[in-house]
Design a protein around this ligand. Structure first.
Ligand code: SIN
Length: 305
């Protein structure tokens, strides 16, 4: 049987299927559909220092092959997460990645410090790229110097795995990836959502309260693959793919592009048991071809050049 284990920097996950931040809250509802320890790791909804209500509705709408969201980083806050949710996840034996969001550098540092002190978090993922709030991550996520400064500050207080989630809302990603690596990131997540818009042609109204939102789902998979491939060739740290994976073959594509793990998000709304199906489908794909382990396919895309 093929070995589905993967490493992301110093971490080893039993398989490369992770949840994407924001698409399953803190994972607790997923327990109705499968044992959480079937996941490689659980990446939780972005956490801030204080609880947030997020943006007013409507803040989600369906689009062809995707979804626009403008949740506005609603969350229960780091203290409630650490004290009330983390012990439950720890009992489930699932590696937990805490996605963190702040409005200024000090907030990220304080969040990372809290995660350093908490038991049961194997990595933090810095959300530097939310397109849905006026103030915050987006400012850090598009400027290499800002990414470098912020990542370096978090690095000083956080000794475990530090992942940086990159924004696709830029003209070129390589300088951002290099900046994060230089500042001490252990891995990069590619990508967050693409900024978009939907309009109701009957009422002429923007479908989202905030007018613009973040596009996710299969519609963005080709963009995510491109970002994974470009960054994997530009840096030495591992890449975690994120963007529209819906089938086991999509997971294979992300691995071939260079991802060492793949986050699954939007499609969870359609099929919450998807991670288990992806894991089983990936195993069948590898077994049928006699591929012993993921290292035999990670980054092995054949280009025409
Ligand atoms: C949100 O809560 O608005 C989505 C988070 C993100 O895209 O970073």
């Amino acid at each position: 049987m093929s070995d589905l284990r993967t490493t992301v920097g110093p971490l080893t996950f039993k398989n490369p299927i992770l949840t994407a931040s924001g698409c399953c809250g803190y994972g607790l509802e997923l327990k109705e559909f499968f044992p959480l320890d079937r996941l490689g790791a659980l990446v939780v909804k972005g956490l801030s220092l204080k609880p947030r209500d997020g943006n007013p509705p409507p803040r989600i709408c369906e689009t062809p092959a995707g979804m626009l969201n403008s949740i506005g980083l609603q969350n229960i806050g780091i203290e409630a997460f650490v004290n009330e949710v983390l012990p439950i996840l720890e009992a489930d034996g699932i590696p937990v990645v805490a996605n963190l969001f702040g409005e200024e550098e000090e907030a990220y540092v304080a969040l990372a410090r809290r995660c350093e002190a908490a038991r049961g978090i194997c990595a933090v993922e810095l959300n530097l790229s939310c397109p849905n709030v006026k103030k915050g991550g987006i400012h850090f996520g598009t400027v290499p110097e800002a990414i470098k400064a912020l990542t370096a500050k978090v690095r000083q207080v956080y000794t475990h795995s530090l992942w940086v989630k990159l924004s696709p809302n830029v003209s070129t990603v390589v300088p951002l990836a290099v900046a994060a690596q230089q500042a001490g990131a252990d891995a990069l997540t590619c990508i967050n959502t693409l900024k978009g818009m939907a309009i109701d042609p009957l009422t002429w109204k923007a479908k989202l309260h905030t007018t613009y939102g973040g596009l996710s789902g299969p519609a963005i998979k080709p963009v995510a693959l491109r970002f994974v491939h470009e960054t994997a060739r530009a840096v030495d740290i591992p890449i975690v793919g994120c963007g529209g994976a819906a089938t086991a073959l999509d997971i294979v594509e992300f691995l071939l592009a260079g991802a060492r793990a793949v986050q699954v998000g939007t499609l969870l709304f359609q099929n919450p048991a998807l991670p288990v199906e992806l894991e089983e489908g990936l195993r069948a794909y590898l077994d049928e071809r006699g591929i012993p382990s993921l290292d035999a396919i990670i980054g092995k895309v054949k280009t025409h050049a």
